[in-house]
Design a protein around this ligand. Structure first.
Ligand SMILES: Nc1nc2c(c(=O)[nH]1)N[C@H]1C(S)=C(S)[C@@H](COP(=O)(O)O)O[C@H]1N2
Ligand SMILES: [Mo]
Length: 226
């Protein structure tokens, strides 16, 4: 048996999970784009078809949810996020800016704030295929971020926008009570057990674990059928 990161337990398969709860997956637009905004000279829209200009990339990785489940051996296909960044983001930057954070946003309104250094890691992908098939609505159609070394809440599904930031975008961090209770760690590295912004990972384990059943059941209610 392979060793999982601290506090994680293996699940069978790959459940649909997330803050969307029972909402169905958002409809896929006819001509999906990733909109780039923030510290750029002008906003840019990258059509998904343009990604075929980048090297095709495959990553085999486990997926770790902060609540404590791990789906093993998922095979993602797409492009490396670092290649996307160099090709489409860097040339559009305002002259002289230093990028520190990226906000990833999904068609369902979910967002994550990722430090640039973490987003540019070698295994971070924009994935359009999972286990040999196009991504379905449950796992993030038409395209999602996959950052295997960070807890799942960073890996935004249905990715439609990236905001480029030169400082911590404080206004994008959780403001609602629920978001504060579950306040994510800014780096969320699974092997360091960075589950929570202020409370040690080991201590929040039981509290998070108790959420798995309810969130899983709700997420399954909204799931796209076969
Ligand atoms: N757009 C979007 N992305 C999201 C979420 C979400 O609710 N909406 N939930 C996050 C969380 S908490 C997890 S664990 C993973 C779950 O991915 P899965 O549904 O493919 O298992 O997606 C992440 N990305
Ligand atoms: Mo999660």
């Amino acid at each position: 048996m392979k060793t999982l990161p601290p506090g994680q337990r293996r699940v069978d398969g790959f459940p649909r999970f997330g803050t969307h709860l029972q909402q169905p997956p958002p409809p896929v637009p006819d001509d999906p784009v990733i909109a780039i905004s923030g510290v750029v000279r002008e906003p840019v829209e990258v059509r998904l078809g343009e990604l075929s200009a980048l090297p095709h990339r495959e990553v085999l990785a486990d997926f770790h949810c902060v609540a404590g489940w791990t789906a093993t051996d998922l095979r993602w296909e797409g492009v490396r996020f670092a290649d996307f960044y160099r090709r489409f983001v860097e040339p559009a930057l305002e002259p002289g800016v230093t990028v520190t954070h990226l906000v990833f946003e999904g068609l369902d309104g979910a967002a994550s704030v990722v430090e640039l250094q973490d987003a540019l890691a070698d295994d971070v992908m924009l994935a359009q295929r999972l286990n040999g098939r196009p991504l379905d609505g449950n796992h993030g159609a038409p395209i999602r971020l996959v950052s295997p070394a960070q807890y799942g809440y960073m890996s935004i599904k249905h990715l439609c926008a990236v905001e480029v930031c030169s400082a911590l975008p404080a206004h994008r961090l959780g403001t609602k009570i629920f978001d504060r209770l579950l306040e994510g760690h800014p780096r969320a590295r699974v092997w360091q057990e960075e589950r929570h912004g202020r409370i040690a990972g080991r201590l929040v384990r039981p509290f998070y674990r108790a959420l798995i059943g309810p969130i899983r059941r709700l997420s399954a209610k909204g799931a796209q059928g076969e």
